[in-house]
Ligand binder design. Sequence first.
Ligand code: C2E
Ligand code: MG
Ligand code: MG
Ligand code: MG
Length: 272
Amino acid sequence: QAKKNGRNTFCLFSAEIENAVNFRTALEFDLRKAIDRQEFYLHYQPQVDLGGRVIGVEALLRWQNPERGSVAPGIFVPVAEAAGLMFAIGQWVLRQACEQSVRWQLSRPDHPLVVAVNVSAIQFGHSEFTTDVSEIISRTGVNPALLKMELTETMMVDDVQETVEKMKILKGLGISLSLDDFGTGYSSLSLLKRLPLDQLKIDQSFVRDILVDASDVAIAKSIIALGSALNVDVIAEGVETLEVRDFLASIGCLKYQGYAFSRPGPAEQLQY
Ligand code: C2E
Ligand code: MG
Ligand code: MG
Ligand code: MG
């Protein structure tokens, strides 16, 4: 591409690469100090059923840096992964979420909430992952039945046997497992059948335009059918309006997460 467009384009192109590399290096430098400097915190977004009852929350990582301000996880999580920082950050997230779960459990024993935590592929692939998870569970005293992990299809492609084994260990600890951003990856049906999943999470890219896009409707319907065939729960993310919620309900999706119900926010602001 660069060659075809001549020398100037090539120079511009390499300058862009250089900028991108500098950006990542600087970000990585700041990320390395972020845990110690207590720049991370969690927001929680409710997950609701058809009646609007809050059945759980998803923990979402936030990074507030004094110079950069607030940096979105879509930006820094991939950098942290590439820099080998996501194992430590992920364990920090899990510990915080477990501690919060214990607080909710104490304040509202009548209304159990399932706390869903995102797990990155690098974190999941770490040899100490399940040992650490089990340690965090016992140290925090969280009820593992109220803990869910959101995995992605990218972590299912490498060594399927090993992935399934790890998932079974997590299930054995009492944790439930959801497949996040479902439909954006490469899972085959035969792979899915082997995974000990509890939930498929319809990616927001299929939800956003579902009222006007016939192919999104077809995709959502097939995920819902797949969920019932595999006997797993289905939840839709990115539900921004009640019209979308109603449509999803009409095709058989009964759990939702999105701005229609609440934006992610601090634990103290959760109303349920
Ligand atoms: P995700 O796990 O798919 O999380 C859902 C994202 O959609 C969140 O973005 C959430 O704020 C946003 N969202 C929720 N409702 C709506 C809606 O109605 N409309 C729209 N347009 N967006 C909505 P966020 O918090 O920026 O996180 C982005 C991604 O960063 C997450 O996607 C997840 O992949 C990653 N991430 C966040 N926290 C963590 C974490 O603790 N660990 C790991 N490994 N990844 C994380
Ligand atoms: Mg998620
Ligand atoms: Mg998602
Ligand atoms: Mg997503």
